[in-house]
Design a protein around this ligand. Sequence first.
Ligand SMILES: Nc1ncnc2c1ncn2[C@@H]1O[C@H](COP(=O)(O)OP(=O)(O)OP(=O)(O)O)[C@@H](O)[C@H]1O
Ligand SMILES: [Mg+2]
Length: 285
Amino acid sequence: MLAPPTTTATKTLGQRDADSAAAGLALEVQGVDLRFGGIHALRSVSFEAAPGQITAVIGPNGAGKTSVFNTISGFYRPAAGRIRLGGTDVTEAPVHRRASMGLARTFQNIALFRGLSVLENIKLGGHHLMQAGLLSALAYGRKAREEELTLRAEIEEHVIEFLQIDHIRHRSVDVLSYGLQKRVELARALAMRPRVLMLDEPVAGMNREETEDMARFILDVQEEWGVTVLLVEHDMGMVMDISSHVVVLNFGQVIASGTPAEVRRHPQVVEAYLGADAGVGGMAA
Ligand SMILES: Nc1ncnc2c1ncn2[C@@H]1O[C@H](COP(=O)(O)OP(=O)(O)OP(=O)(O)O)[C@@H](O)[C@H]1O
Ligand SMILES: [Mg+2]
């Protein structure tokens, strides 16, 4: 649907993807335990996100999906277990360090900067890259800094074009529809040039058309940019359509893991969804 990427920015993204694939870069969650007082939110949770693939994490409300995301991105520190990014143990690493290693995310509840424009919000996504740019400027001088700024601008332009939000770039995010706000959040995450992109309910609250657009964008991010995607979503139709691997959480535990076809007919999954009254209609579809 989209022309193959041609800009310097996308070449750089492509190179990173190629590096990432060559290094087998992916995400590994191993034996993660997380407690909030008396609540045992995650119990020895283990799974992997294969490089360049879409892995979905599903489960009933309160199953622990967002807690897994918060542990992976570094907002929560697990009581036990390890998190690895591309083979590097980041369990003790702060949030910004993980971001600079190529981990980006969107939030279940939209987290945009109110009162700022679409473009300003997207630019804030590249903030940690800017810091790296400043460091390289100190080390290599003005030219390196200018190159970094040019590269960043190219990436922002590419993301804006890719997500078809050029016409709203100067609009305040406050006046945008819910679906467009979600898209701007995705744009901000993509401006971070992620290797691993985590999306927490990217189509929640969207109508059918907005959902289909978002599903297409996520597939394009994976297929054209080679980004590893970790997706939390309740829309089972979408999960089953676009994921290559599905991990099912229930009460903080992984109860099933496999291809969409495998988990759909897994007895414990069917039971968990029936038990939560979430229905298995979407699962069986
Ligand atoms: N910061 C927190 N403090 C206390 N308890 C928490 C916190 N975050 C999550 N929990 C609890 O941990 C459990 C898992 O919550 P989590 O938000 O991870 O579920 P979820 O699978 O994302 O649910 P949903 O589909 O509703 O978004 C729940 O019992 C929740 O109440
Ligand atoms: Mg959640």
